[in-house]
Design a protein around this ligand. Sequence first.
Ligand SMILES: Cc1ncc(COP(=O)(O)O)c(C=O)c1O
Length: 422
Amino acid sequence: MQDSMASLSVSPAAAGGSCFAHVQQAPEDPILGITVAFNKDPSPVKVNLGVGAYRTEDGKPLLLNVVRQAELHLVSDESRNKEYLGITGIVHFNKLSAQLILGSDSPAIAENRVVTAQCLSGTGSLRVGGEFLGRHYSGQKIIYVPSPTWGNHLKIFPLAGLEARTYRYYDPRTKGLDYEGMLEDLRAAPNGSILLLHACAHNPTGVDPSQEQWEGIRRVVREEKQFLPFFDCAYQGFASGSLDNDAWAVRRFVGDGGEVFVAQSYAKNMGLYAERVGALSIIVKEPAVATRVESQLKLVIRPMYSTPPTHGASIVTLILSSKKWFEEWKEELKAMADRIRSMRHELFNALKERQTPGNWEHILNQIGMFTFTGLSKEQVEYMRREDHIYMTLDGRISMAGLNSRTVPQVADAIHRAVVKFS
Ligand SMILES: Cc1ncc(COP(=O)(O)O)c(C=O)c1O
């Protein structure tokens, strides 16, 4: 039987060629590709401001002390094993994660209206949430994402069966929020669409709505359009240094009793990038709906990766459940946020000293890990070529990649690029 099938269709492999000879070389990921180019650059003075990962004042990755302590505890605990977790992960982790983002006194949690699944960091949480919406959302299967947004949003949601459209968000003239444009676009969108919102520290622009503006957005979402808000929370604690302040918008939307999706990541705020720890929470209106949603969520996850990994989520569970470690974590988190803020001041002052043409106040006003500098593509390419300074082509720089030693070098380079191309 096999012989007769083989004779019917001769594969290229059987004919001596590869079945994949037609596969085209794919472009590098625009963000991860910067590190690839950076690593290839032999210059001793090169600076990488492209990656969204925290660096110390010495330019090194940071393993939080509290994470190290939790890991030591885990490896010395002989009662632990490596059995499979359930499909939605560690139950205690899920409860603590929901409390972290929604508040420990959240009525939605008390009323059993929250379903949480441990997922593979922020990306995995967005993907699982997207897949669930693609299958089960009764509204418009259209998701509106800000323009610009983290590039992966535009790839994740269409794969999950949602049409991705953009709404105005950033105004290049003011280097701030285009609030009027945003509301205008939201009002023009079909009723019942899904609305992707960055919970805090918007990536790539570093521009967040004020509390008053959040209120205006919420009114459009709830009262005018019946949108489903989907918060992407990749930087809780990184924006203001306070976990509670950075959860303000999410809590406001959940507090009005409406339905909300939230994707959480522990990559940045606990420095657990490679451990891939995150959570998807779905807040609905009734406990009975929550139970059914959870059952269907399991059917989404099971054929994707079956069950999540245990190590990173165990670290998070230990830290969130120990009062002492939780306090220590908050201190370490605040120290990271403070260092980023001090880099904003240093870079701003350095450009002022050099009398670099333009208004650089936005470096101080933007928030979180990134500054959307306003540098053009040709200026970015010039800085890479001439000064070995790497950033995304849209002019986004990671403030966490700067330190007091590199600020003068980066300011000199920005100054030269601005003078050359203005
Ligand atoms: C806005 C935003 N969402 C989600 C993520 C996902 O990160 P991770 O999957 O590493 O948690 C990132 C990471 O850069 C991000 O900036």
